[in-house]
Design a protein around this ligand. Structure first.
Ligand SMILES: C[S@@+](CC[C@H](N)C(=O)[O-])C[C@H]1O[C@@H](n2cnc3c(N)ncnc32)[C@H](O)[C@@H]1O
Length: 252
């Protein structure tokens, strides 16, 4: 791979403390919930896009599923591999940008959780093509009728929180619903400038449709508060479950 993107650098350096974040403390409940949504055959195959330290992938492998995890950060993947070894399970780990991977049509389900790549824009990513490329790659890897579950930033809530001065300062871009900010990946390190974008439900449904995926359900999916409920205007994340109903329309 070429030079590290801003998110790659951020997560490489954040990896040692990622599992301490409050939003990753509900993994067991999340795994039970997603298994209830994905209609998987016993021992079925699951693709985890932006798998991070493998918290879902390893739990799913422990339950007998054949899991493949993809991530851009070698440091996140190194921790994921260690977690799988410690749990005594085998998971296929792939180091790749989610906009670029290509896998055969062999998965019974896909997950892309907690902004696993989706909407985490590099400084040069096109805000529409980046998520669309990820959805197309996911869709191509799914068997017909297989489901995908994503949790993504809720653009409606981002719009309600944004101020005129943030827009004027270019910190919140109204056209792409992208926030530009800078955060130290962990204490004592320099801040890394990153861009992440939200989605309104209509655009999300359209992107999914272009990728050959039809919405099964869309609702509130904020980390730590997963459940079947309508999307709240201020909810941080949208949870969408979609089904592969067609091949993706050709595109860039
Ligand atoms: C917030 S973490 C979510 C990790 C995991 N899905 C979870 O629920 O804990 C985002 C992950 O996406 C990865 N990521 C960011 N951009 C990516 C890209 N373009 N392709 C693949 N992975 C990416 C990061 O390295 C990081 O591991």
């Amino acid at each position: 791979m070429t030079e590290r993107t801003s998110w790659q650098r951020f997560f490489d350096e954040h990896a040692p403390i990622y599992d301490d974040n409050v939003f990753v403390q509900n993994t067991l409940r999340e795994v039970e919930f997603l298994l209830g949504e994905l209609s998987l055959p016993q021992g079925g195959s699951i693709l985890d896009v932006g798998c991070g330290t493998g918290r879902h992938a390893v739990e799913l492998a422990k339950r007998g599923y054949a899991v493949t995890g993809i991530d851009l950060s070698t440091e996140m993947l190194a921790r994921a591999a260690k977690a799988a070894d410690a749990a005594g399970v085998s998971v296929e780990w792939i180091h790749s940008d989610a906009t670029r991977f290509s896998l055969p049509q062999r998965f019974d389900a896909a997950i892309c959780l907690c902004e696993g790549a989706f909407g985490l824009l590099s400084q040069t990513d096109d805000p529409i093509e980046q998520p669309l490329a990820i959805l197309r790659n996911i869709s191509r890897s799914l068997k017909p009728d297989a489901k995908a579950m994503l949790t993504v930033l809720n653009g409606v809530a981002m719009l309600r929180r944004a101020t005129d001065s943030e827009v004027a300062a270019g910190q919140f871009d109204l056209q792409s619903l992208a926030v530009s900010s800078a955060h130290p990946p962990r204490e004592g390190l320099d801040a890394v400038a990153v861009r992440e974008r939200g989605f309104v439900p209509t655009e999300l449904a359209l992107l999914l449709r272009l990728a050959g995926l039809s919405v099964v359900s869309m609702g509130g999916g904020t980390a730590g508060n997963w459940g079947k409920r309508p999307l709240d205007l201020d909810e941080m994340e949208i949870m969408v479950v979609a089904r592969k109903t067609a091949e993706p329309l050709a595109g860039a």
